[in-house]
Structure formats: structure tokens, C-alpha cells
Write a protein of this length. Structure first.
Lengths: 227, 475
């Protein structure tokens, strides 16, 4: 799947490209708005990651021009400005999602996955990792033969980790998706850490192989083997 | 644009104009009163003359009427006054003094009641009194007259004195007023000079107040008060800048230190991972710090947009408490929420959430392990009140003012250890304020502190008491 990154900051563009390549995407980078615009016109991409603050033509102008030409490639905008106006304007002009810099890479990767998955009915109702099984409809979780007694929050947390298994999940993502907190706050980070610790005690108990890992400074990942 | 004249000049100008108008009115009134008095006196004299002349009229032998005796006490006045007597038919009987200059009287106009009349003959003004009277049984017409010229001359003199004196007096008063105005305004010039001396570097200086009870003293007091507030906000800003740079530089120093250290020698992959993770933790801290500071400064600048809606404070508090109960549980604390649903306020839900989260989190952090934390929601006289009662060490009175300041920490070491940014309560205060409420702290009766958030209520909802609910198990 081809992704175009339109970003003038060389380092950020490099990091984005490396991260996406590591996820086996086919990545192209355009350092200016003009080049980005002409490439989207000439080639086929499944997704455009578009910085708003570009020299010359701004990201918003490019987005507008693309949508005017009925090019409906999904666009994920990046902005350093935390202003609501920018965000709303971007979404109004036809962006599909946005991220505020500095963003966490796991977050970006999750958004990219979500945008590329879009339109496909992919709601899995039974989730599995090693001998951990989750029945989303029956609200039951098993580790091997052992039935896990989970609170509502713990269940939702485990479901989220399982849906993103193998991928890093940041505290910010958990705050927003599981706790439904639109804004990140220090108290909630502590709550998340405590909740993860408790969930891990239940899931990875009794000498079972560790599934829930903490990646220092980044977040958590559910995966078999080492993080 | 022309600069306005100084207050001193304007004051003097107004003072002079007002004084001039007042003196003008006064002089006019005086002149008119004197003139009236003079004319009245002249008429009185004429009446005296008339009566005197009547007394001198007598029947002379041969059926004639004549003025007898010398009625002029002062012959020098003869050119100034006179008298005429006519018979009823108009035949002159007697004419004396200056009367010769006057025309004969119109007989028809002469009535029994004497009448005053002003005459001008050859530019000479006369005042006359004419009437019929009886002399020796016969009707005669008597007219006495006096010249008005002397009186007019006197009046002219008075007028000249008044007209010439007025501008002189006004000019003198103006000059005096100017001097007085300068003396009265000198203290203000002093104040200005002193105030100019007090710059940002010397904000602790104050204006001298010689007499605190006069106008200048009050002005100086007001200015001093403003300086005091300016000084305190400067102090706050200075402290904030120092604190902020410290807080922002610490993570940067850590990141740099780790990076430099790890690059010095070759290490194992696990060690590198650990180092990078540690750096990322600091980046996280820095990010959340910058986010919070930006939000606070948006709030300061008033550029924050709130989406106000009707919020059930009771439910909001319960939601937040159930999220945070996990943290309380880790410390074996009992977090209890008391109070009713249906306490509605109009507020930005997200912003208000932050206030409540931070205050409850603060209570959990600073209360000893295994203590109780009580959150009460109630309504009182149209206001919604959220109280968080903890059993922590309490807050010393000298810290109460500053506890909501950005980066203020009662115990520097402890807060850092528990991962606080030092902005939680500042955010809470900000969040309550933008929603039109107030936040305060006081000692709890049983030790510890009570943080109180007071918000104006949206409407008057149906009172509904919710049973006490324990937050034992996280939901």
C-alpha cells in the first residue's frame, strides 16, 4: 500500500518514512507542497500524510485543491498548531483525520491503519492472542482454561490491546479510546498505569507467558514473546 | 493636533471667566440699584418742594394769588430748580428759579393728584411734579422742577468706576488664581515625577503621602495601591518565568545528559532501549508541560472557546471519582462521593472535568495512606458546591494564597516524586474561573483541608438526594 508523506521538516519526514516502512508500507516523501500536489495528481496513493505548515503552498490549500479535483485519497493532516480552528478547518476541507505535533508514533500508525481499513467491515467479535481469548459479545475472557474475572474497564482495555495486538499503544490512545477522555491529563496517566498493572496480574498470572508488555517511554503492547 | 493647555491655564481661564461674569452681574445690579435710589430721592425732593410751594401760596390783596416769602434757602440752586404757578385758566401767576427755561404746562394734564414728568429742554433733563391745588379758595396749577443733570453726572462717574475697575479686578484675580492653581497643582507634578522614577526594576518604591486625607493623599494612595498590585503581578510573573524555565529545562537536561552518556561507550541493545525509553519519558513530561502551559496562556489571553452546556455536577463528580478511585485504592484510601444528581450548572463539561479531576487527584496524592477522602456535592442558594475533604497535612495559612499558583509546591521533593507537574491546581483554578465559578481552600474541622468549588447553577432543578456511594471497586 502506497503512502505519500508531504512534510518539509527533513527529520520528521525521515522518522515518518522509516516508521511506515517498518510496517511494510510503500512510502514516498514530498518535501514541498507543490511536489506533493503534483505527485498525488500523477500517481496513485492509498493515503496522504500532509503537514499543514509548508513553505509556499500551505497544506490546507493543497487539501482544498485535491478535493476540488475530486481526488478522494484519504488525508491525515499534521499540525503543530493546537488551535481548534485549524483542526476544524482541515476536517471541513476534507481531511479524514488529524494529529497534533508532537505526536507519538504508535498513535500515527494506529491512525494510518484505521484510515486504510476504512470501508471494510472488519469487526472481529472473537479476539485471540496465544491462549488468551476474548468473546466481545459474551463479555468473557479466558486465558487457557482459566476464566478471567475482569471489571468493565479491564475488559475494554484488554479488548483494545487485543485489537491492536502486535502494535504499540500509547497512553494517549488508551485515554481517548478506553477512558473516553478527549484530553490527556497526568492523573489519568497514573490511572492507566495502575489499571494496566492490575490487568496484567490477572492475564499474565500463574506462570503463563507474558502477553502485556510495557515499553518504557512509549506505552504498552500485547504480543507473544518479547516486546 | 494641538496639545490642550495645561490644567493650570484652563483652571485660571475658567476661574477668570466665571469671576468676570459674576462681577458683571454684580456691577450691573449695583448700578441699577443706585440709579433707582437717586431718582427716588429726586422725586422725594420734588414732593417736598411741591408741599413747600403750596404752603407759600396765599391770597394776595385784590383777589390775586401770589407766592409769599422767600422759599429758596439756597439761592445758588436757582439755576437747578424752579417753580411755576398758573391760574386754572392758564394765566401765569408766578415763575421763579430756573423754571423760565421750561415750557408752560398743559393744563388739561394737570390733575388734583400731582404727577411726575421728565422733560428734556435743549439737551438738559428736568424732572417735574405738576398738580392742582387750592390757594385762597381758588384752584391753581403748581409745577415744581429740578434739574437731573447733577444726578446724571454722578451716575456717570459711578459707571466709569465700575467699567474701568471691573477688568482690573478680574485681571488681578486671574493672576492670583493662576498662582494659586500652580500652588495647588504642584503636588501633582511631584507625584508625576516620583511615579516616573518607579520603574519595573524599582516597583517596591512607593509615592510619599504627606497627608493621606486630602485629595492628593488619596490620589497617591490609589496610585500606590496600583503599584502594589503591579508589583505583585510582576513578582508572580517573575516567579512563574523562573519556575517555568526550571521545569522546562530539567527534562531537556535529562534528555541531553542521557544521550551524551549513552553515546560515550558502546552498550547492549537492552541498555540503549532503556536509555531511549527514559528519554521518551522526559519528552512526554515536556510535552504535557508545554500543552498545559499553552492552555493556561490561551486562558489568560481569553482566546479559549468554551462550549457551554448544561452539566450535572453530581454525575460528573461521580464519573471522575470512579476513574480515580483506582488511585485511591492503591493507597488503601476510601474515596466516597456524597450528594445529589440534578445539580445542574452551565459549563464546558471537559474543562470542568479537569478542575474536578485535579482537585480529587490532589487529595488522593497528599492524603496519608488508608485515610478517607470525601467528595460532597450540594446546592446552596442558587450555587452548586463541590467540596473535597481530605485528611492530609492541611495547608499552612501562608501557602493558601499561593496553592493555586502555577508551579507552586508546598513540598518540592514530594511532589516531584509523585510525578506532578505543579500545575494541577493552577489548571483547576483556571478551569473553575472560566466557567464562572470560584475555588478556595480551608482547614477541615477534623484536620486536613477542604477544597471548595462554587459554581453558579443553571436553573433551579428538582432537589434530589442521592444516597452515599462508596467507590470501592473501580467500574
Amino acid at each position: 500500500m502506497r503512502i505519500l508523506i508531504v512534510e518539509d521538516e527533513r527529520k520528521i519526514a525521515h522518522v515518518l518514512a522509516s516508521a511506515l516502512k517498518a510496517e511494510h508500507y510503500d512510502v514516498a516523501v514530498a518535501p514541498t507542497g507543490e511536489e506533493g500536489f503534483s505527485r498525488v495528481n500523477a500517481e496513485v496513493f492509498e493515503l496522504v500524510v500532509l503537514d499543514l505548515m509548508l513553505p509556499g503552498r500551505s497544506g490546507l490549500e493543497i487539501l482544498q485543491a485535491l478535493r476540488k479535483r475530486r481526488i478522494e485519497t484519504p488525508v491525515l493532516i499534521l499540525t503543530a498548531r493546537d488551535g481548534v480552528d485549524d483542526r476544524v478547518l482541515g476536517l471541513d476541507l476534507g481531511a479524514d483525520d488529524y494529529l497534533v505535533k508532537p505526536f507519538a508514533l504508535p498513535e500515527l500508525l494506529a491512525r494510518v491503519r484505521a484510515l486504510l481499513r476504512r470501508g471494510r467491515a472488519a469487526d472481529v467479535l472473537r479476539l485471540k492472542a496465544a491462549d488468551l481469548e476474548l468473546d466481545v459479545v459474551g463479555r468473557r475472557a479466558n486465558r487457557g482454561d482459566r476464566l478471567l474475572e475482569l471489571t468493565t474497564r479491564e475488559f475494554e482495555l484488554l479488548e483494545y490491546l487485543l485489537r491492536h495486538q502486535g502494535h504499540l499503544v500509547s497512553r494517549e490512545m488508551l485515554a481517548r479510546e478506553v477512558w473516553k477522555e478527549p484530553r490527556r491529563a497526568t492523573p489519568l496517566d497514573n490511572v492507566i498505569d495502575v489499571q494496566i498493572a492490575r490487568l496484567r496480574r490477572k492475564v499474565d498470572a500463574d506462570g503463563a507467558a507474558r502477553l502485556i508488555h510495557t515499553v518504557r517511554g512509549v506505552g504498552f503492547v500485547l504480543r507473544e514473546g518479547d516486546p | 493636533m494641538r496639545a490642550a493647555p495645561s490644567i493650570r491655564l484652563r483652571l485660571t481661564g475658567w476661574y477668570t471667566v466665571v469671576l468676570f461674569l459674576m462681577l458683571l452681574v454684580y456691577a450691573t445690579a449695583t448700578f441699577l440699584a443706585v440709579r433707582h435710589e437717586f431718582l427716588e430721592q429726586l422725586d422725594d425732593q420734588l414732593r417736598d418742594d411741591f408741599e413747600t410751594a403750596e404752603g407759600f401760596l396765599a391770597a394776595a390783596p385784590g383777589g390775586r394769588i401770589a407766592l409769599s416769602g422767600d422759599r429758596h434757602h439756597d439761592p445758588d440752586d436757582d439755576h437747578d430748580r424752579g417753580s411755576d404757578v398758573w391760574t386754572a385758566n392758564g394765566d401765569p401767576i408766578d415763575r421763579s428759579g430756573a423754571a423760565g427755561a421750561l415750557p408752560p404746562v398743559a393744563l388739561a394734564a394737570a390733575t388734583a393728584e400731582p404727577r411726575y414728568e421728565s422733560l428734556t429742554v435743549d439737551a438738559h433733563r428736568w424732572r417735574t411734579l405738576t398738580g392742582r391745588t387750592l390757594a385762597g379758595g381758588r384752584s391753581v396749577v403748581l409745577r415744581v422742577s429740578r434739574s437731573e443733570e447733577r444726578l446724571r453726572a454722578q451716575l456717570s462717574e459711578i459707571l466709569v468706576v465700575l467699567v474701568l475697575g471691573l477688568p482690573l479686578v478680574v485681571a488681578l484675580a486671574g493672576a492670583g488664581g493662576y498662582v494659586l492653581a500652580r500652588r495647588a497643582l504642584t503636588p501633582i507634578d511631584h507625584l508625576a515625577t516620583e511615579a516616573r522614577r518607579i520603574t519595573a526594576d524599582r516597583l517596591h518604591d512607593r509615592l510619599s503621602v504627606p497627608n493621606p486625607h486630602d485629595e492628593i493623599g488619596r490620589l497617591a494612595a490609589v496610585i500606590n495601591d496600583t503599584f502594589a498590585r503591579l508589583e505583585s503581578s510582576f513578582d508572580q510573573l517573575r516567579r512563574f518565568t523562573a519556575d517555568a524555565s526550571h521545569e522546562l529545562r530539567t527534562p531537556l537536561a535529562v534528555i541531553r545528559g542521557i544521550g551524551e552518556m549513552e553515546l560515550k561507550d558502546t552498550r547492549t541493545a537492552a541498555e540503549y532501549k532503556d536509555a531511549i525509553g527514559s528519554m521518551l519519558e522526559e519528552v512526554d513530561r515536556l510535552t504535557s508541560l508545554v500543552d498545559t502551559l499553552l492552555r493556561l496562556s490561551h486562558g489568560d489571553a481569553g482566546t479559549i472557546r468554551l462550549s457551554r452546556e448544561s452539566v450535572d455536577v453530581g454525575r460528573l463528580v461521580r464519573d471522575m471519582a470512579s476513574s480515580l478511585a483506582l488511585l485511591a485504592e492503591e493507597r488503601n484510601q476510601q474515596l466516597t462521593v456524597q450528594g445529589g444528581d440534578g445539580v445542574l450548572v452551565t459549563a464546558d463539561r471537559l474543562v470542568l472535568r479537569e478542575a474536578i479531576t485535579n482537585v480529587i487527584d490532589n487529595a488522593i496524592k497528599y492524603s496519608p495512606k488508608a485515610s478517607d477522602i470525601l467528595v460532597r456535592v450540594r446546592q446552596q442558594s442558587g450555587r452548586a458546591i463541590v467540596e473535597v475533604v481530605d485528611h492530609g497535612p492541611g495547608i499552612a495559612p501562608e501557602h493558601r494564597e499561593r496553592i493555586f499558583d502555577r508551579f507552586f509546591r508546598v513540598d518540592e521533593a514530594r511532589t516531584r516524586e509523585s510525578g506532578g507537574t505543579g500545575l494541577g491546581l493552577a489548571i483547576a483554578k483556571w478551569a473553575v474561573h472560566v466557567n464562572g465559578g470560584a475555588i478556595s481552600v480551608e482547614d477541615a474541622p477534623a484536620g486536613g483541608s477542604v477544597f471548595r468549588i462554587v459554581l453558579p447553577m443553571a436553573t433551579s432543578p428538582v432537589p434530589h438526594q442521592h444516597p452515599t456511594q462508596h467507590m470501592g471497586e473501580p467500574v
